[in-house]
Design a protein around this ligand. Sequence first.
Ligand code: NAD
Length: 395
Amino acid sequence: MIIEPRTRGFICLTSHPVGCEQNVKDQIAYVQSKGKIEGAKKVLVIGSSTGFGLASRITSAFGSDAATIGVFFDKPATEGRPASPGFYNTAAFEKEAQAAGLYAKSINGDAFSNEIKEQVVNLIKEDLGQIDLVIYSLASPVRTHPESGKRFKSVLKPIGEVFSNKTVDFHTGNVSEISINPAEGEDVVNTVTVMGGEDWKMWMDALQAENLLSEGATTVAYSYIGPEVTKPVYRNGTIGAAKDDLEATAFKITEDLKTIGAKAYVSVNKALVTQASSAIPVIPLYISLLFKVMKEKGIHEGCIEQIQRLYSERLFGGGLALDEKGRIRVDDWEMREDVQAEISKLWEEATTENLSEIGDLEGYSEEFFKLFGFKVNGVDYDADVNELVEIPSIQ
Ligand code: NAD
């Protein structure tokens, strides 16, 4: 079929298998161009099909020749209906890993459930024995709790008071004022239940209970801080409460795993266009200004550049460079004073009329479509493609 982008709000309903494959190949080529990393050899990535998780899986496999198990929640294609991009990404990743002689198996299902944890535990027992590195990179709006069966929904709201600021509809370039009502009722608790650290801890407990973590194993989860302008809706909002919980969980995991000398870290990453971040009001405007400033300064990074740097310089490069709260920081370039000062100035100036000039709206939009395999260089979008791609290890 010929597949075109069909968007609804911050979601694209279609995705392109060849474009997704090309994205994965480009990320692999980037990692290979940076040379080998003396990193972990047996890696589990939870949330491995898109964004930072996919970049982590690619960096482990093609930077360190690691065997990888990936867990994600994606839709396969049906006749005439493309799969979700994470499905195509994973199919492409496995194909490339196999061609390179690397072990790669994937499990598609709800990572929050006991059932998927059990499947992963059994797979590790059968195939890898023990894991050296666990990357926890889930971004989900909902979680069904494995014990109570209750379904929790996360929300992106400020806490305490209404937050009003500028935002942009990145499809139209329309800059407008948005007001977001504060969290109410169980909003904060629910968001912490979905995006906090409880599930990360459950994964680590499940692995440790079966002796599947190697001596001195490492686990890393991803977080975000961001600038003043997004603070009320991000870091001081409901999602920030969840990130506080995630960050506190790192210490609990390290404590509980001290008998095997394992360490849990949170890495604070840069703001990037991913499916998750496109959903947060105000953030797209911030990102379009951030991209402009960072590109002009020659310090722009995407997911793969961020994770390659995280691995090669921080995790396996001898320089974790933890901040005062014990976190790894690869948002250091985003948070540089000169970068933030320029963004603050541009923020005041930004209007519908000037945003395409003072911000990188085009870059934002391009990145958004690339998430779904569209607007990727070298792909012929007029060509008939087979939407029914399969993931080799899942057939
Ligand atoms: P993403 O949406 O690109 O990826 C999320 C992954 O989680 C996908 O592989 C998806 O399949 C998987 N997933 C979601 N629900 C699942 C479930 N129930 N079971 C199994 N898999 C499931 O997200 P991302 O932007 O790469 O975010 C990953 C992490 O990085 C998050 O913790 C996020 O807060 C953090 N982070 C994001 C940014 C950013 O700007 N995007 C910045 C810093 C940190």
